[in-house]
Design a protein. Structure first.
Length: 524
């Protein structure tokens, strides 16, 4: 409907689970790490909980895709079952043959036990994943606990992963389920996105949807969107989709706070005012329904032809939007100065989006100055110089003696302690992504970025380079985890931007580095 108007190739905020739009925040990666940890720890329960729409299914899909080849996985997504129905579902999912006749609970359990023993003898792990586990009855939970009693003298035979809404934690904490609670080897509650992550999430989905022009969500609407959606990805999708429709109907190049509030009233109706009838047209099957155009209606419903003309006087000038929040003009200026160090000139518009089109990616994170020193590259950092608004500076040099900053075109050298007092803990830097980069590289993945990763790891170790198009597994996966541990990164075998940055730093890749403070102070 509005895709041509905003120079998009497809709708960016569909609630369909399209893997191309996968956005893994730090919390989602933590949750995935907990699930992967459970596979190799021999039985018991792993609990993953989160609010409706927080991304539990997204994490579960990622987990299923990364299950190693020697692991047999069963997945049950409708757990409103009796004990017998649950056991039958387990047998069906694992492909366990049952004896003739009407099996009893004991018959099911005996068949499952025999199958698990045979799988164990063949060197395979068995994992049972139950989604929407808050719907399990106490009797079924107790039967699941009994299944984890199946074991050899060495290890448990079945790993059970329970995924559900927050009430699942309350259920497991009940006194009658204390024995089950004692079998939980890992648990994680998937919280909502932060304000900064909400901005990153929106920018990510717009980029995947082929955004070619200015971002339609300026920085000043990110905090209201976060507040109205509580940082829940599904609610963000619903609100942003309706907000884009509202901006389109009003012929605005960007979403405003007023549009966001009005959209929230229509999609949520929770304290945003009554919405007995939509002010904006509803879309069904690609057709505008219920639209009445009168002389009093100033809405323009015809999309602009591409390329888009300059906005009319009533349309606010598109604000630049980067992945740090809040974003000010000096942040964009500093990012463009940072890009110049990479010999890249950014076109007008959002700096991070413009950089991505030249395969220069933004990494916007919370981190200490020591972490930034370990990354060893210039960065735009946020300062607490002005209590009313953040100040951004380009950090050019950092060592034990001092730091060199460029703020508003002027360089200044300060002592490390002074910078610590001014630095608010947020920075953005650039990095070059390997070919076909896809957010992160995990066990079982293969492709150009995996080949690059394997080559760099082998090069650092002085080992023979693995063959191309091999999956990330075995020796290469072990090398990755060892490298991450040595670099004080989370040794989870999931290679994200920080892992690739450190591999580039330790290799022969020519990239901008942090200079000694004295050297930077003497150059312009």
């Amino acid at each position: 409907m509005y895709t041509r108007f905003f120079n998009l190739t497809q709708s960016p905020f569909s609630i369909a689970p399209d893997p191309r739009y996968l956005f893994m925040s730090e919390r989602h990666r933590e949750a995935l790490a907990h699930l992967l940890y459970g596979i190799g720890n021999g039985g018991g329960f792993v609990l993953l909980t989160g609010e409706i729409g927080a991304g539990k299914t997204t994490v579960c899909r990622c987990f299923i895709e990364q299950v190693p080849a020697d692991c047999k996985l069963a997945y049950i997504f409708n757990p409103k079952l009796s004990v017998e129905e649950l056991l039958q579902s387990v047998c069906d999912e694992f492909g366990i043959a049952l004896p003739a006749g009407a099996p009893s609970v004991k018959g099911y359990v005996d068949a499952i036990n025999a199958w698990l023993l045979a799988s164990h003898a063949q060197g395979r792990n068995s994992v049972l994943v139950i989604d929407e586990a808050q719907n399990l009855s106490p009797a079924v939970l107790e039967q699941l606990r009994l299944l984890t009693n199946l074991e050899t003298s060495e290890r448990k035979l079945l790993q059970i992963i329970l995924i559900g809404q927050p009430e699942l934690r309350t259920m497991v904490a009940q006194p009658e389920l204390e024995q089950l609670a004692q079998r939980v080897i890992a648990r994680y509650h998937l919280g909502s996105l932060t304000v900064a992550e909400t901005g990153q999430y929106i920018a990510h989905r717009l980029a995947v949807a082929g955004l070619a022009g200015p971002a339609p969500f300026p920085a000043n609407v990110i905090a209201p969107i976060h507040a109205l959606t509580k940082g829940v990805p599904r609610r963000i999708n619903l609100l942003c989709d309706r907000a884009l429709l509202g901006a389109y109907v009003e012929n605005r190049a960007q979403v405003t706070r007023k549009i966001v509030r009005r959209a929230a009233g229509e999609v949520f109706g929770d304290g945003q005012g009554p919405a007995p009838r939509p002010r904006w047209p509803l879309v069904a099957g690609g057709v505008l329904a219920g639209v009445v155009l009168t002389a009093a209606a100033a809405w323009q419903l015809v999309p602009r032809p591409a390329p888009a003309p300059k906005p009319v006087a009533t349309v606010p000038k598109p604000a630049r939007f980067a992945l740090t929040a809040p974003v000010k003009t000096d942040s964009e200026t500093s990012l463009r100065r940072l890009a110049a160090l990479w010999d890249v000139k950014l076109e007008e518009g959002d700096a991070c989006a413009a950089a991505a089109r030249q395969n220069l990616r933004c990494l916007s994170v919370k981190g200490t100055l020591n972490e930034l020193r370990q990354l060893d590259r210039p960065a735009v950092i946020r300062l607490r110089d002005d209590p009313a608004a953040p100040t951004y500076g380009l950090l050019l040099a950092l060592d034990g003696k001092g730091a060199t900053l460029e703020v508003a075109g002027r360089r200044q050298t300060v002592a490390p302690a002074q910078l610590e007092n001014r630095y608010d803990g947020s920075f953005t830097t650039f990095w070059r992504a390997p070919p076909a980069w896809r957010e992160q590289v995990t066990a079982g993945d293969r492709g150009a970025e995996v080949d690059w990763l394997a080559f760099r790891l082998a090069q650092l170790r002085g080992e023979r380079r693995p063959a191309d198009n091999e999956p990330l597994a075995g020796t290469t996966l072990a090398w990755l985890r060892e490298f991450q541990a040595a670099q004080n990164l989370k040794a989870d075998g999931v290679a994200g931007p920080k892992t690739f940055i450190r591999l580039s730093r330790l290799g022969d890749v020519r990239e901008p580095r942090l200079m000694p403070a004295a050297a930077a102070a003497g150059t312009k």
